[in-house]
Design a protein around this ligand. Structure first.
Ligand code: MRU
Length: 366
């Protein structure tokens, strides 16, 4: 997507071919800065500290992290260490494990002197495939939006989304937002309600930044406003992304997603989840066992933003001494999900639906 007219991906190989560059998402929306990552530790830190975040981008960054580690040392030990270090960075998005498994499987049987090159190429392939996958999700989602628009000709379609599942969460396009961009670009009248997504405000900071940069009409709302808007018939459908989908269709996504799904069900608002197949955890029977990241309480007790004089400041919003809990994700049961928008089409949110689009995948691990 474009920033000030210049096309960007969220991650790209740096000059010299021994490092990567990423957009520092902790600085958005007020500053657009890029960062060069040239060691395994820097890459792991970027994922952990959410300089890069969003399930597909976490996977893509980890893939390059492994390639960077193998440039330094192509031994089996270095490969296993890079795998472990990167896998430990964030627990919920299964795209991380998916990318690391793919990298390790590709590299493991290559001679040592070919490993660096092979892994670099594979990481680049993961990125290119993610772009194409998201583009296809966008096309299937566009059909859906067109169908909704056809039921009310000439009226604006109102989409509600939570967190950031746009291009900043992927390599390009996004998952939940890819259909939005395509619809907007084809002239379909559309407006997006953007949940601010406390505590880290991925909606207010990142989704709003994306939509604003692309000229998509949108309105940022407090997380608590969604139920009221749905009840007031001001939301036509909800589209969110996900960090992990269990085999039975249960969906882990940013904390607060479940409440939106409940409100959507109570108001007969369709609730769709957009995902690349790399987000399906075929090994997990249900969402009950999806690991939920617990992050530091200061993300709840403190908030940062731009002050009137233009500087960036962090302020405390709770009384000193009040403890805070910060679960990063929740699980929405599949029964609340209207459908999955994937790179192979739209299916029901259950094992049969997933298997209809991805037959033969998800065999048990040896
Ligand atoms: O903690 P984050 O910002 O990495 O969480 C991101 C989300 O929950 C997204 O909705 C999810 O990764 C889908 S990304 C296409």
């Amino acid at each position: 997507m474009k920033i000030n007219g210049k096309p960007y991906r969220t991650i790209w190989p740096g000059a010299g071919g021994d490092a990567i560059e990423v957009i520092d998402q902790t600085k958005l929306p007020h500053r657009f800065e890029t960062l060069r990552l040239s060691t395994l530790e820097q890459t792991a830190h970027a994922i952990r500290s959410m300089i890069v975040r969003g399930a597909p981008l976490i996977g893509a960054t980890a893939a390059y992290g492994m390639a960077i580690a193998l440039r330094e040392n192509p031994s089996d030990e270095a490969l296993d260490r890079a795998y472990d270090v990167l896998l430990r960075t964030r627990p919920t998005a299964v795209n991380l494990r998916w990318a690391l498994d793919r990298m390790r499987d590709t590299v493991r049987n290559r001679p040592r002197d070919a490993r660096a090159e092979t892994s670099w190429r594979e990481a680049a392939a993961i990125c290119d495939e993610d772009v194409e996958t998201c583009r296809r999700i966008g096309e299937f989602g566009l059909d859906l939006l067109r169908k909704v628009a056809a039921t009310r000709p000439g009226e604006t379609v109102n989409v509600l989304t939570h967190c950031n599942a746009g291009w900043l969460a992927c390599v390009d396009w996004g998952t939940a937002l890819a259909p939005v961009y395509m619809a907007h670009d084809t002239g379909l009248p559309l407006h997006v309600w953007v949940d601010e997504t406390r505590p880290r405000n991925q909606g207010a900071s990142l989704t709003a930044f994306e939509l604003n940069s692309h000229g998509v009409p949108h309105t940022v709302i407090a997380d608590n406003a969604g139920g009221y808007l749905m009840r007031s018939r001001k939301v036509d459908l909800v589209i969110v992304g996900t960090d992990r989908v269990a085999r039975n269709g249960d969906v882990a996504n940013k904390i607060g997603t479940y409440l939106k799904a409940l409100a959507a069900r109570d108001n007969d608002v369709p609730f769709y989840v957009a995902l690349p197949s790399s987000t399906i955890d075929w090994l997990l029977e249900s969402g009950d066992r999806i690991p939920i990241e617990e992050r530091a309480g200061d993300e709840v007790t403190h908030i940062s933003g731009r002050t009137r004089d233009g500087s960036i400041a962090e302020v405390e919003i709770t009384p000193a001494g009040s403890p805070a809990a910060n679960p990063g994700f929740d699980v929405t049961p599949s029964r609340l999900v209207t459908g999955f928008i994937t790179e192979r089409g739209i299916c029901s949110a259950d094992e049969a639906g997933l298997r209809s689009l991805f037959p033969g995948t998800g065999a048990r691990r040896p």
